[in-house]
Design a protein around this ligand. Structure first.
Ligand SMILES: Cc1cc2nc3c(=O)[nH]c(=O)nc-3n(C[C@H](O)[C@H](O)[C@H](O)COP(=O)(O)O)c2cc1C
Length: 553
């Protein structure tokens, strides 16, 4: 009897020691040490140096690659070394029929010994693989600013998430996109599947949520397209569902750059060439999921953040670039008029928001992959989850930047709260003139980085920490007059993932509120004084009576 294909798929965020770059203990060292201690393999001994040099290129060493990828993404699994070098002769190793449920178990192996011991536990009947995946997806540890800093190469210390957001904002502002450079070859070309030998079902696409309509190969990935009218190469993350051996459905939200490219090709009745990168330097993925303006390639943005250009190979099939150090690359096209069923998928708002529907799909003409490639994924679901912090930090920094670009002065902080990283944004300002608050709110709620599927934008004074929900609710409850302080905007940019849009609606438009929760500018000097203990008195009382005096433990 065939083993459950999922029984060999393992989802695990982990840090691994890089034997080749024993520098920079970095974030996650504790987690990795704990793993090392549990693995009992001696490969990661207690106190082992974890991670690779933060500014290093995505390396050739596998442990180093695992360490890099797992700083912000989940590792799913990989093909075994036995696949290595099969080059153009990727004949099936098993006579079992391959279904969309996944590849024959014999085709899969694991990226680390800890995973192997999990497999042993699973085969001994402790739990089914799908239970393990769901549990793992539900209990994955939260991402941390430190892990994100590791990916971004930010080495300065910080003690507040807003401080880190500001650091990323500064880095992004100073970032001059570095044009990618073309190279002739790279490790991703180690194995090739072409024509009839293409088989996406060789890869362990995970079923991330119980009611997903299929197995999603692409969640922590790059989708590369080109504007047909210019040299602009865009890179986005748009979910990809494995279908048949050479087709995969793709969902691109309205207004996303990949969608605009597609519309342009289809208007000319032409297929859109596309490359998909499954696994690789997480900095490339980070850039792909950021709201980089139209006309700028995320490859070049990533190069600027990295301080070294992204090295790419130009595909002779699609004419599009892909990173030379990628793990797996799919080269293909999306044809006009061709649609297949896709979804539903447990999405970032926390719902199976859009029903199964007809979406374009990619015809895959060639697959390239490294020996023993690492397939990474991201797992959105009911928040908070690993992605929410990352999304909160990037969205906040990009909205902050766009406010400054629009000339709005005295922005003291922007925070897109984790449970609704696009939908609940707080902007803290030092009020300087009448109308300043409204200006900040309207721009934050409509700018490129903040406009998509936004719902509430709240503007608060500079004594409010926008990341502290208690502070924000206090400002809302005491400095907002609902009658005059809430503006509703109608017919705004949303998507089929918005759970508040009726399923029968054919138009994805929403309304949104811009809320002024600041002392009214014109009588701010007469606004009641805040009743709070001064830090000096508080410290004296603390020293004398202890924390219990304040009801603290
Ligand atoms: C894990 C993850 C999954 C995503 N999935 C999708 C998706 O399926 N469709 C989509 O339109 N955007 C998706 N996004 C959001 C886009 O990647 C993001 O908006 C990006 O900035 C789009 O790039 P673009 O501005 O070049 O279109 C996802 C983001 C992340 C982080």
């Amino acid at each position: 009897m065939a083993a459950c294909p999922l029984s060999r798929v393992h989802v695990r965020p982990l840090m691994a020691r890089c034997p080749h770059s024993p520098s920079s203990a970095g974030a996650g060292a504790g987690a990795a040490s704990a793993l090392a201690a549990r693995s009992g393999t001696g490969r990661w001994g207690p106190g082992a140096v974890v991670g690779c040099a933060t500014r290093a290129r995505y390396a050739s060493c596998r442990a180093s690659r695992i360490a890099r990828v797992s700083s912000i993404l989940l590792i799913v699994a990989s093909l075994p070394d036995s696949n290595a070098g099969r080059s153009t002769a990727m004949a099936p190793t098993s006579s079992e029929p391959r279904t969309a449920r996944g590849p024959p178990a014999a085709q899969l192996s694991y990226c680390d010994p800890v995973a192997r011991s999990s497999a042993a536990r699973a085969s001994s009947g402790v739990s089914t693989a799908s239970q393990r995946i769901l549990r793992s997806a539900a209990t994955q540890p939260s991402a941390s600013p430190q892990r994100i800093a590791l990916t971004l190469g930010i080495e300065e210390k910080f003690d507040h998430v807003l401080q880190f957001t500001r650091m990323y904002h500064e880095k992004m502002k100073a970032c001059v996109p570095l044009p990618r450079i073309e190279v002739k070859s790279g490790p991703v070309q180690e194995n090739v599947q072409q024509g009839d030998r293409v088989n996406l079902l060789d890869f362990p696409a995970p079923l991330l949520h119980e009611k997903d309509g299929g197995r999603y190969l692409g969640t922590g990935h790059l989708v590369i397209t080109k504007d047909p009218d210019s040299e602009w190469v865009n890179v986005g993350t748009y979910r990809i569902m494995a279908q048949e051996r050479d087709t995969a459905a793709i969902y691109i939200g309205p207004g996303k750059h990949g969608s605009i490219h597609k519309e342009k090709y289809f208007e000319k009745h032409k297929p859109m060439p596309v490359n998909v990168v499954l696994g690789g330097d997480p900095l490339d993925w980070f850039a792909a999921s950021c709201p980089v303006p139209a006309g700028v390639s995320e490859f070049d943005f990533a190069g600027g953040l990295r301080g070294a250009p992204t090295q790419v190979i130009r595909s002779d099939i699609t004419g599009l670039p892909y990173p030379a150090d990628a793990e797996i690359v799919l080269e293909g096209e999306i044809r006009p008029g061709e649609l297949r069923e896709e979804g539903p998928f447990g999405e970032w708002p926390g719902y199976y928001a859009s029903p199964r529907s007809l979406e374009p799909f990619i015809r895959v003409h060639r697959v390239l992959h490294r020996h023993n490639p690492i397939l990474s994924c991201a797992n959105p679901a009911r928040p908070p989850h690993t992605l929410t912090l990352l999304r909160a930090i990037t969205r906040s920094a990009h909205v902050w930047e766009e406010l400054e670009q629009a000339g709005v002065p005295e922005i003291r902080g922007v925070w897109s709260h984790e449970p609704g990283p696009r939908q609940f944004t707080v902007v803290s300002i030092k009020q300087r003139y009448p109308g300043h608050v409204k200006q900040a709110g309207l721009i934050a709620s409509q700018c490129f980085s903040g406009g998509y599927q936004n719902r509430f934008t709240i503007v608060v004074d500079d004594d409010i920490d926008p990341t502290r929900i208690d502070d924000v609710v206090w400002a809302l409850s005491t400095r907002c007059d609902p009658e005059s302080g809430i503006d509703i905007q109608r017919r705004c940019w949303s998507s089929s993932l918005d759970p508040m849009i009726h399923p029968d609606s054919k138009v994805w438009l929403n309304s949104r509120a811009v809320i002024e929760a600041c002392r009214p500018y014109e009588w701010r000097d007469k606004f009641p004084e805040v009743a709070e203990t001064s830090p000096e008195l508080r410290n004296r009382v603390l020293a004398r009576y202890g924390r219990a005096f304040f009801g603290l433990h």
